[in-house]
Design a protein around this ligand. Sequence first.
Ligand code: GCU
Length: 327
Amino acid sequence: MMTRKNVLTAVIGAALTFGATASAYAATTLKLSHNHPRDHAVHQAMDAMAKEVRALTDGEVRIRIYPDAQLGTQRESMELMQNGALEMVKTNAAELEAFAPAYAAFNLPYLFRDKSHYYNVKEGEVGEEILASSRDSGFIGVTYYDAGARSFYTSKPINTPEDLKGMKIRVQPSPSAIAMVNALGGSPTPLAYGELYTALQQGVVDAAENNIPSFSLSRHGEVSKYFSLDEHTMVPDVLVISTKAYDGLSEEHREALKTASFNSMELMKKLWAESEAEERANAEKLGVTFVQPNKAAFAEAVQPMYDALESSNPELNEIVGRIQAVQ
Ligand code: GCU
């Protein structure tokens, strides 16, 4: 088995030859890093995209997917991409906030009214603008993937924000996630996803928050027996590509990527719904109890985050207003 260091060395070595792949005969390989296992819906959606890109370009463009954080955490993968050692990363809006500020809008709790509002924003004008907003940072967004709603899980039921008082709660490295947990009275602890199982097991943190499939597939149900469906955020997953790699593709190849990524986003909606039902059942089999908390109390507790935006971050406030106006 290749160690993570060996994989990285091989990938970086291959990256050095990336510039040479533009010859008429050689295929262009785009390396894509993400942190989920192969049985996660997002891996399957991206696998379908990779196959379609290959078919549409007669094998001239190949996307090689490295799952399971083999190439590092989401943040490390973003840095590798910015340094030219990788071409694509599947991350999410929470971690992208540190690289492109407009993504912070997606991380505000109780922003979306329902699933169709969420889809209409992602697939509409504001969503497209946010994907394009990071060009100056060396990458652009290719597509969003449905990642459902995130909720708290721990060793006891969480029915109201008061139940979070004094708890160390793992959040993604995202200023909005930190602000949200503070507003709810918990104590936010930013950690990479891959470190969370051990952190929960050893009591480094008391609680975490995620969607049901990620919670279940990372086996967090073994160490957290209550999943409280407060559904505070709907943070989409995002596939990004370095501008260097994107600009290096021919017009036709870019079209192929656009078509295949759109189709994989649509496929993901179906895969996601199936995965949510299946992984909830799997978690229940493992002894996890799903709790229905008082969502209104959570929404009320985070309202100050919205009230502060107008003066603290007018640009973000404007984006949030546009999102709220989407039907
Ligand atoms: C979700 C998301 C990942 C992210 C993870 C996390 O599972 O799909 O991109 O890393 O949450 O909480 O870190």
